[in-house]
Design a protein around this ligand. Structure first.
Ligand code: PLP
Length: 382
């Protein structure tokens, strides 16, 4: 896979070499259980606690407020279910219409169990309708859960404003920060937020490690029972993954500002070149504040699946915000919620960059995309 051009970093990122190096001892010699009282166990415990501090520092939290999990999905579902358990008799959860399926699948299940789920709409740039949020908050609202940054378009919600609206009604707020972490500045100390979900593999850490920030004195019922993580998440810890997550967090804290500058310049060049070389191209959520690494471009009248296949044949990994069902592509629920013209939505591709993306890779995609687009347009591949 040496000549692979990887533009799918919102799906997952390449782990840093220092992350892998830090993990290896915990897969080999340092295998003790951190719950064991002997010295061997306690030295491993020490590594877990260092990682907790590294993750907490990245978001301006206290180490005691970090619960390690297995993924972004687990963190999100722990926050939602764990908060709801203490909010009875309130029976309403508010989310946005552009959430990741980790939220959507959970709220669909909650609906089947009798919880009322309210979806707040977004505008054509994918930004939350704050007035609608304020109107829909009620005496029955148990939790508000929205994303910080959107995985498909990169649009960043105004979480300070959202947190203010939600706090005024005394309702806890959960933020899915899986795509925001390591890309923009996240300070939970300045924000009245109860829970924040994270996943290591989205910021150059390993898969299988996630974390949930739980604000001090916020009640959370565990979804996996056990004594670990201060009784908030049972199961012997994935020590290597946690250590890797800590190293990735420390690296992100040190480098995200310079990385963001370089990555957004690459992204902007990619976007500008593609749009100027093809009159069929239009950027989705172009006027929203966006995380620096993401662009989502619609190609009028084309099918994302065909574009992706031809890109993949040429060694370029990108993604579509669309689910393939029985051979036909449904436009993504995110683009639908933004009322993107279906002519563009069906042909929308996401290119997501990272600190490893090079100028040469951007050049390659800039050169390749117009020829693929022209080929498909000439075939009338609609
Ligand atoms: N939330 C968002 C916004 C995501 O982009 C993702 C993954 O793509 C998740 C949640 C789920 O994270 P994980 O794959 O670590 O379970």
């Amino acid at each position: 896979m040496s000549d692979l051009t990887y533009f799918d970093n919102n799906a997952t990122t390449r782990p840093l070499d220092e992350v892998v190096a830090a993990m290896l001892p915990f897969l080999r010699n340092q295998y003790a259980n951190p719950s064991s009282v002997h010295q061997f166990g306690q030295s491993v415990r020490h590594a877990v606690e260092c990682a907790r501090t590294q993750v907490a520092d990245l978001i301006g939290a206290d180490a005691k407020e970090i619960v390690f999990t297995s993924s972004g999905t687990e963190s999100i579902q722990l926050a939602i279910c764990g908060a709801l358990a203490f909010r009875k008799p309130r029976k309403q959860v508010i989310v946005s219409s552009v959430e990741h399926s980790a939220v959507g699948k959970m709220t669909a299940q909650l609906e089947r169990e009798g919880i009322e789920v309210v979806e707040i709409g977004v505008d054509k740039n994918g930004l939350l309708n704050h007035e609608e949020l304020a109107e829909r908050l009620s005496e029955d609202t148990a939790l508000v859960s929205v994303m910080w940054a959107n995985n498909e378009t990169g649009a960043i919600f105004d979480v300070a404003r959202i947190a203010k609206i939600v706090k005024a009604r005394g309702v806890p707020l959960h933020l899915d920060a899986v795509q925001a972490i390591g890309k923009i500045d996240l300070r939970v100390s300045d924000l009245p937020v109860a829970f924040v979900s994270m996943a290591a593999h989205k910021f150059h850490g390993p898969k299988g490690a996630g974390a949930l920030y739980v604000r001090r004195r916020t009640r959370l019922a565990p979804t996996i029972l056990g004594s670990q993580e201060s009784q908030r998440r049972g199961g012997s810890e994935n020590v290597a993954g946690i250590v890797g997550m800590g190293v990735a967090a420390e690296h992100a804290a040190k480098h995200f500002v310079t990385d963001a500058r370089r990555i957004s310049a690459l992204r902007d060049r990619l976007e500008r070149s593609i749009c100027s070389s093809s009159e069929l191209a239009k950027v989705n959520a172009s006027s929203a504040p966006r995380i620096p690494n993401t662009t989502n471009i619609g190609f009028r009248g084309l099918q994302a699946e065909a574009l992706l296949l031809l890109l993949s044949e040429a060694g370029v990994c990108a993604s579509a915000g669309a689910a393939c069902s029985s051979g036909s592509l449904e436009p993504s629920h995110v683009l639908q919620a933004m009322s993107v013209d279906p002519e563009y939505a069906h042909g929308s591709l996401r290119f997501s960059l990272s600190r490893f993306t090079t100028d040469e890779e951007v050049d390659r995609v800039i050169e390749l995309v117009p020829s693929i687009v022209n080929r498909l347009a000439a075939l009338g591949a609609r």
